[in-house]
Design a protein around this ligand. Structure first.
Ligand SMILES: [Zn+2]
Length: 463
């Protein structure tokens, strides 16, 4: 019997984990952490819905924490099988999982210091040691290489175009009489015509499709991101001000640097010192350059010609705290890219504290700003902001570019689905808030007439 169970990212966008079971052989597709609302985060602490020791293998679609961040806990609770991921995902997981573990440890230490825990000492969900134990189980599998798991299961990775190393998992289950049932899990689907990465790979058939729906109800605005960037940079430079860009260290930072370099090459912006201030971004940038299997043609042409597409003309990477402090001392206008993307923590806070009181400067947000974050309050126009226990007046201009996103919107998802030559038997919509998933469900029914459903947490179906 072949069964599929949804152990996360069901009517929500985090905690991606789907269990495929074929005659008792268990494969977990993704092993994500629940993030965001407290009722979701509490699920990370409950015992895993199936015994982790009974799972035979894990396959990861990509390295984002909402797809991988539970792995150290799964290993700690008894999972000891192989974990498969693409070469770039393996390297990215080596950066992101220890970082996630460190955050867990810091959170527990903070709870103990401030005494807000209810029972005994607070313990981290997992430690850096658990993260290294998990990383020891990871094996790298190239796109297009088929891997046999057990007697009846095999899979291959296909490019998803979402972040470096991101993949669709294409699984074949062989029936007793030789027929094949195909199951395809998209993980997160990327965008078309984006810098650096290839478009999502064309898929022309599957029997069961596990499809993400993050932007199932949204369209990315039809504006030229480079035009917007150029305007903000030119306006700020004309005032003699500094530009601060809070950005996630992996993916978004590399994309920004790529666009800045293009704008410089096209002489649409002045050549300013550009600082990327984040040790994680420095490591991630190297990884983006190295993994040529993920590069689109433009990126590949530049790399082949020995040009660095991920550096501007006056480019500086700040790794140490000293280097970071030196960035803020610059008098001539600069562009500083630093994490975190929602200004909830990280080195960007020090730069904000130094630059936010000057009306010549600009703070440019380039990603989604979740409710309750400092980034959201700034974008909403608050005139004072609390940082390091101080209430600081906001005099710098605050701008936002919303169309930079690593997820395809509903139009891009339908474009990808239109590559199918036959209808899947069933489409399961996951990784979307109920509104987004419902909107996409309707659109798929209208456009293709396929059978679609939105599973709930722990739902189980027999394929
Ligand atoms: Zn993702």
């Amino acid at each position: 019997m072949t069964k599929l169970q949804f152990l996360g990212a069901a009517q929500t966008v985090t905690g991606s984990r789907h269990l495929l079971e074929v005659d008792g052989y268990r494969v977990l597709i993704d092993c994500g952490l629940f993030q965001g609302l407290k009722e979701l985060r509490l699920r990370n602490w409950k015992s895993f819905p199936v015994n982790p020791a009974s799972i035979n293998a894990v396959i990861l679609t990509h390295a984002h924490i909402d797809h991988t961040g539970y792995l150290p806990r799964l290993v700690r609770e008894g999972f000891s099988g192989p974990v498969y991921a693409t070469p770039a995902s393996v390297e990215l997981a080596r950066i992101l999982l220890p970082d996630s573990a460190m955050l867990q440890e810091e959170e527990a230490a903070y709870a103990n210091r401030s005494g807000y825990t209810k029972h005994g000492p607070a313990l981290p969900l997992y430690t850096t040691r658990d993260a290294s134990a998990a990383l020891k189980l990871i094996q790298s599998v190239k796109y297009g290489k088929r891997v046999q798991l057990g007697k009846r299961l095999s899979f291959e990775f296909m490019g998803a175009g979402h972040i470096i190393g991101s993949a669709f998992v294409n699984i074949d289950v062989k029936g007793v009489d030789g027929e094949i049932i195909r199951v395809l899990a998209t993980g997160d689907i990327g965008r078309y015509d984006e810098p650096i990465l290839n478009d999502p790979q064309v898929v022309d058939e599957t029997d069961y499709l596990i499809l993400e729906s993050t932007y199932g109800d949204r369209e990315h605005p039809d504006v030229d991101v480079k035009d917007q960037l150029a305007k903000v940079i030119n306006d700020t430079a004309a005032l003699g001000g500094h530009l601060l860009i809070p950005a996630f260290a992996v993916g978004r930072t590399q994309q920004l640097v790529y666009l800045l370099r293009e704008l410089e090459d096209e002489k649409r912006i002045p050549i300013l010192p550009v600082f990327v201030d984040s040790p994680m971004a420095v490591n991630a940038t190297k990884l983006y350059l190295r993994h040529r299997e993920d590069h689109d043609l433009d990126m590949e042409a530049l790399v082949s010609a020995n040009r660095n597409p991920l550096a501007t003309h006056r480019f500086h990477l700040a790794r140490t705290v000293q280097e970071s402090k030196a960035v803020s001392a610059h008098q001539e206008p600069t562009i500083v890219i630093s994490a975190s993307g929602m200004a909830t923590g990280g080195r960007i806070l020090h730069h904000l504290r130094n630059r936010i009181r000057d009306e010549r400067n600009t703070i440019l947000f380039v990603g989604f700003q979740a409710e309750g974050t400092r980034g959201r309050r700034l974008v909403d126009g608050e005139k004072e902001i609390r940082m390091f226990g101080e209430l600081i007046p906001v005099r710098a201009r605050v701008e936002q570019i919303e169309s930079l996103s690593a997820h395809g919107d509903w139009r891009e998802i339908l474009r990808w689905l239109s590559g199918f030559k036959r209808a899947p038997k069933h489409v399961f919509l996951v990784h979307g808030e109920p509104r987004a998933a419902l909107a996409l469900e309707t659109k798929i029914r209208e456009r293709f007439g396929w059978e679609v459903s939105i599973p709930s947490y722990l739902d189980e179906v027999v394929l």
